[in-house]
Design a protein around this ligand. Structure first.
Ligand SMILES: Cc1cc2nc3c(=O)[nH]c(=O)nc-3n(C[C@H](O)[C@H](O)[C@H](O)COP(=O)(O)OP(=O)(O)OC[C@H]3O[C@@H](n4cnc5c(N)ncnc54)[C@H](O)[C@@H]3O)c2cc1C
Length: 403
C-alpha cells in the first residue's frame, strides 16, 4: 500500500483542515466545562461537524453522510486530532448503530432516526450485554413477547450500556423465541429510553467516571414497527453492529492517545530510569508493539479501500493496543511511583481505565480464540449448545428460562 495521500486525498485533507481552521474556535473546551455541561456542548459540536461533512463520513449521501471511504474517515480523524478539538460524541451511534439501521432498517426507520442521530440531536446506546450474556452474547435473556395486536412487551436487564444515561434511543437485542437454538430466537428492537418501565442506573468505575449503566425493562410496551430487520433475525443485525464495532475500534487505534512518543517522554523525565537497561527494554517492547499495530491498521485500511471487509484479524489491533498501553501504564507507575495515580496526574485515568478496555468490544481471550480458530486454523473450542433449543440449555434452567 502507498502510505502517501493520493492527489484526491491530499485535496480532501486540505478541505477538512480548512473547515477545522475556520470553525475550531466554536469547539467546546471540555476541560473547562462541568460534567453537566460537557454532553450538551459535545452534542452541539457533533451537529456542527455533521454540517461540515465531518460526521458520518462513510455513510451514504442519501442518509446525510458523505459517501466517502474508510481512508477519508481516517483523514478526518487525523485532522480532528491535529486541530486539538473533540470528535463526535456518539461514536457508538454513528460508527455502529446507524450503519445497522442503514443495512437492516425500514425506509421509515431510516428517515425517522438517521438525521437526528448524525447531528447529535438524539444519542443512541447499544443494549446488548447482560449479566449472563457478554462474551456469549447469543445467550441474552431479555425477552420480548408479541401481543395479538402486533405490539411487543419487553422485560429483562442489560448492563455496561455506555451513554444510556443521556441516550434517546437504544438498539436492543432480545429473545423472542426460546424454543429454537440460541442464535435463531433473537430479534433487534429500537427502544425509546424514556418509555414507561425503563430504569437506567449509573455504574461508577474505579477511574471515577460513570460512563456506563445497568438498564432495567419492566414490561415495556414497544410498537410493532420497533423491530429492526426480521423477527428471529436479530443475530444477523447484531453481527452487523459487531463488525462495525471492530472497524470503529480498528480504525480508531491510533486515536486512543497511546503513542510511543508520549510514553517515552514520561519515562525519560526520570534521570535514573532513562539510563536503566531494563526500563529501556520494556519501553522498546511497547514501542515495537505499537509500531506493529500501526502497520496492521494499514493492512486493514488497504483491505477496506479495495472493498474487502476485514476479517477476524482486525481484532489483533485492539488486543495489542490495549496490551501495549497496559504495559506502558505499569512501566510509568514503576518509574513515577504513586504520583502516577494521583488525581491530577495525566496518567491516572489511563491506568485505571485500561482494565475495563480489555473487556470492551470483545475480551482479549475471546479475540485470541477467534484469531486462533479463524486466522491460524487451530481446532475450535467445544460447543455444547450447538443445535440445542435455548430453553433446554443447562445454565438457562438454573437462571430461569424465559417462558
Ligand atoms: C468500557 C466498556 C464499555 C462497554 N459498553 C457496552 C455497551 O455500550 N453496550 C453493551 O452491550 N456492552 C458494553 N460493554 C460490555 C462488553 O461488551 C462486555 O464486557 C464483553 O462482551 C465481555 O462480557 P462480560 O463482561 O460479561 O464478561 P464475560 O463474558 O463474563 O467474561 C468474563 C471472563 O471470562 C473470559 N471468557 C468468557 N468466555 C470465554 C471463552 N469461551 N474462552 C476463554 N475465555 C472466556 C472472558 O475473556 C473474561 O476474561 C462494555 C464494556 C466495557 C468494559
Amino acid at each position: 500500500m502507498d502510505l502517501n495521500d493520493t492527489p484526491e486525498q491530499a485535496q480532501y485533507r486540505e478541505q477538512v483542515r480548512a473547515w477545522l481552521e475556520e470553525h475550531k474556535s466554536e469547539a467546546p473546551d471540555v476541560d473547562a466545562l462541568s460534567e453537566d455541561e460537557i454532553v450538551p456542548a459535545r452534542r452541539a459540536w457533533q451537529g456542527k461537524l455533521a454540517e461540515g461533512g465531518l460526521a458520518g463520513v462513510t455513510w451514504p449521501k442519501e442518509y446525510g453522510g458523505q459517501g466517502q471511504g474508510p481512508i477519508e474517515q481516517v483523514i478526518v480523524n487525523q485532522e480532528i486530532a491535529a486541530a486539538g478539538v473533540p470528535g463526535i460524541l456518539d461514536v457508538i451511534g454513528i460508527g455502529m448503530l446507524g450503519p445497522c439501521l442503514i443495512a437492516h432498517g425500514t425506509d421509515e426507520q431510516k428517515s425517522r432516526y438517521l438525521g437526528p442521530l448524525l447531528h447529535g440531536d438524539e444519542v443512541w446506546c447499544q443494549l446488548f450485554s447482560e449479566p449472563a450474556a457478554g462474551s456469549d452474547l447469543a445467550a441474552v435473556q431479555a425477552r420480548a413477547v408479541q401481543q395479538d395486536d402486533g405490539t411487543w412487551r419487553l422485560s429483562g436487564q442489560k448492563v455496561w450500556t455506555t451513554n444510556a444515561q443521556f441516550s434517546t434511543y437504544g438498539m436492543l437485542l432480545a429473545r423472542t423465541d426460546a424454543d429454537v437454538p440460541k442464535h435463531k430466537g433473537l430479534t433487534m428492537f429500537v427502544v425509546p429510553m424514556d418509555a414507561e418501565g425503563v430504569t437506567t442506573r449509573g455504574l461508577r468505575q474505579i477511574s471515577g467516571e460513570a460512563e456506563f449503566n445497568e438498564v432495567f425493562f419492566d414490561d415495556v410496551a414497544l410498537d410493532a414497527d420497533a423491530v429492526v430487520g426480521t423477527v428471529g433475525g436479530g443475530w444477523g443485525a447484531a453481527l452487523t453492529v459487531l463488525m462495525f464495532e471492530r472497524l470503529t475500534i480498528g480504525l480508531g487505534a491510533e486515536g486512543f492517545g497511546y503513542n510511543a512518543a508520549r510514553f517515552t517522554k514520561a519515562v525519560a523525565q526520570d534521570a535514573h530510569a532513562r539510563r536503566d537497561p531494563e526500563v529501556r527494554k520494556r519501553l522498546g517492547d511497547i514501542n515495537t508493539e505499537l509500531l506493529a499495530i500501526r502497520f496492521q491498521s494499514y493492512r486493514v485500511l488497504s483491505a477496506l479501500s479495495q472493498g474487502a471487509i476485514p476479517g477476524p484479524e482486525a481484532g489483533l489491533a485492539k488486543v495489542t493496543t490495549v496490551k501495549a498501553a497496559i504495559d506502558a501504564g505499569e512501566l510509568i507507575a514503576d518509574v513515577l511511583g504513586p504520583d502516577a495515580l494521583a488525581e491530577e496526574s495525566e496518567w491516572a485515568y489511563m491506568i485505571s481505565f485500561l482494565p475495563g478496555l480489555k473487556s470492551a468490544g470483545g475480551t482479549e481471550e475471546i479475540l485470541r480464540n477467534t484469531i486462533g480458530e479463524r486466522v491460524l486454523g487451530l481446532p475450535p473450542e467445544p460447543r455444547l449448545d450447538k443445535g440445542v433449543p435455548f430453553s433446554e440449555l443447562k445454565s438457562i434452567e438454573k437462571q430461569g428460562a424465559p417462558a
